[in-house]
Ligand binder design. Structure first.
Ligand code: ADP
Ligand code: MG
Length: 504
């Protein structure tokens, strides 16, 4: 049996978050009536000239800096010639031989739980280009229509080396790239609206073989789930073809999410089919080191820098640090929680960091996930200040973990009921409710001792079992004490006192 190795390279089109188009002043806003946002340049009326949008170049530079790439001092816009109804000029302005961003890499965390590993994916290039319009196949008296609103929208096409070896690696890369472009503010990442679309190039080869197999390119995958399903299906299909004695022919295919299959769209075109040549209407793009410096000034800490800092400063595992860096806001939130959970005079230590990380990863993320993908990440139901204060009171022994969780949930629900117009609760409210509802944990040794004695007298059976060596009986006794204390006794003290009494 041949062992197969999968080889994947990904091309991503990220729509740049500029107000106007890449070569015209028309708006890029999504959702307008068809053809209301296409000016003479976008329509390719005779005599018009493209003018490059400086903001789009800023975005490309930002991206180049974020992935440690070379930002080309000089790059060139070229015409990619092909015929399609949604392309009024008959060519797309793109970059070919000299792209604006060259090289660079992205290190991503693959997998989940304790089976994760880091992988570095090398990037080939990223270039600026314009988007095409869109064919509308809705009912137009039995005909199709063309909407040119999207024509001329700035795109950054980001191309990787064929470095990925599984669909999991491909998804990890796509997710990390998606997080990165949003983090650095160059793309809104809205996949439903087509702001972030991936093409996956897939081939297989017998393990150990040096040359790559022939690839097929799956076009326009607009969700991470489809990306994974499409690659898995394609790999399965290719292996089957080869094993049955057929050859893979280079092709462009489409993924049908309903059937879960890929199907042929066209046989692969080569670069020479497009008759690329430098656009005579546009000067070469020259980027000075001053320009790069200005963009750099404007950038905040990058995801992987922050991840290393979280490991170093907070003593977090690589996995937790990566979960706290899936976007910019969640990491900020975590740092806020830690600061507000500090007991006066305390310095940040590993115990506190891990506690805060667990709460943010488990409780906060769970609540955010409930709201679905459309929920803006900054709309936390409970502020980092309030959650930090809850944790502080818990660490001081004022309230137990159960009470902390209950108050957190109550505050979050309050925010949700208000459609997240403001946070639920506030630090002062925590202390007020602890007081008025009598939620204070019992930490007075004398009081707990009385409860323990009461439970021991009332449960001679458990006591006898424990003395006969049954460990489980101990937990039953702890449970009884917590029950008579209505959950408010300090569990650590209960444990210690019970142990002491049973030993005596
Ligand atoms: P094109 O521009 O014609 O689509 P490129 O050579 O630029 O072709 O490659 C496009 C993508 O395909 C890149 O991400 C590259 O890493 C990937 N790729 C190239 N060869 C293979 C292969 N044999 N198997 C899988 N991916 C590949
Ligand atoms: Mg391609």
């Amino acid at each position: 049996m041949t062992q197969w190795e999968v080889v994947i390279g990904i091309e991503t089109h990220a729509q740049l978050a500029t107000v106007s188009k890449i070569f015209s002043g028309a708006s890029t806003a999504f959702g307008a009536e068809p053809n209301t946002q296409a000016c003479a340049v976008d329509l390719a009326l005779p005599g018009v000239l493209p003018v490059l949008n400086r903001k789009a170049v800023d975005c490309a530079i930002r991206f180049g800096l974020a992935i440690g790439a070379r930002v080309a001092e000089k790059s060139v816009f070229e015409r990619k010639n092909y015929f399609y109804p949604d392309l009024p000029k008959g060519y797309q302005i793109s970059q070919f031989e000299l792209p604006v961003v060259q090289g660079g890499s992205l290190t991503v965390q693959v997998g989940s739980g304790d089976k994760t590993y880091e992988k570095t994916i090398n990037l080939t290039r990223a270039h600026l280009e314009e988007d095409a319009g869109k064919s509308l196949h809705e009912d137009f008296h039995g005909k199709s229509g063309i909407d040119l609103n999207r024509a001329g929208t700035p795109l950054l096409e980001i191309v990787t080396e064929p470095d990925m070896r599984s669909s999991d690696e491909a998804v990890a890369y796509a997710r990390a790239l998606h997080a990165l472009v949003r983090w650095i503010g160059i793309c809104d990442g809205n996949m439903q609206e087509g702001s972030f679309r991936c093409d996956a190039n897939v081939s297989v080869r017998p393990k150990g073989q040096a040359e790559f197999g022939t690839r097929r390119e799956i076009k326009n995958l607009n969700s991470f789930r489809f990306l994974k399903e499409a690659i898995d299906y394609e790999v399965h299909w290719q292996i089957n073809e080869i094993e049955e004695g057929r050859k893979i022919r280079q092709a462009t295919v489409l993924f049908d999410p309903d059937s879960g299959e890929t199907r042929m769209m066209r046989s692969k075109e080569d670069a020479h089919d497009y008759r690329y040549f430098p656009d005579p209407d546009l000067l070469p793009l020259v980027i000075s080191s001053e320009w790069i410096g200005e963009v750099k000034e404007d950038m905040w800490e990058l995801p992987n820098d922050r991840k290393s800092r979280f490991e170093r400063e907070y003593g977090l595992s690589s996995y937790d640090a990566s979960l706290l860096n899936t976007n910019y806001d969640i990491g900020n939130y975590f740092e806020g929680v830690v600061l507000h959970a500090l007991v006066s005079g305390e310095r940040i230590g590993t115990e506190l960091s891990k506690l805060a990380a667990n709460w943010v990863i488990n409780e906060v993320s769970a609540k955010m996930n409930q709201e679905g993908d459309g929920h803006p990440m900054w709309k936390f139901g409970v502020s980092s200040e309030t959650l930090g204060h809850l944790l502080r009171r818990m660490r001081e022994g004022v309230i137990g973990a159960k009470t902390a969780k209950e108050l957190f949930t109550e505050f979050w629900e309050e925010a949700r009921a208000n459609n997240y117009a403001h946070h639920g609760g506030h630090p002062g409210k925590v202390d007020e409710l602890v007081e008025t509802r009598g939620l204070k944990q019992i930490s007075d040794t004398g009081a707990i001792e009385a409860l323990v004695d009461e439970v021991l007298t009332a449960n001679p059976g458990n006591v006898a079992e424990f003395k006969a060596g049954k460990e489980k009986a101990f937990n039953a006794l702890v449970g009884q004490v917590m029950k008579v204390a209505k959950g408010k006794a300090n569990p650590q003290q209960v444990n210690e006192l019970l142990k002491k009494k049973l030993a005596g």
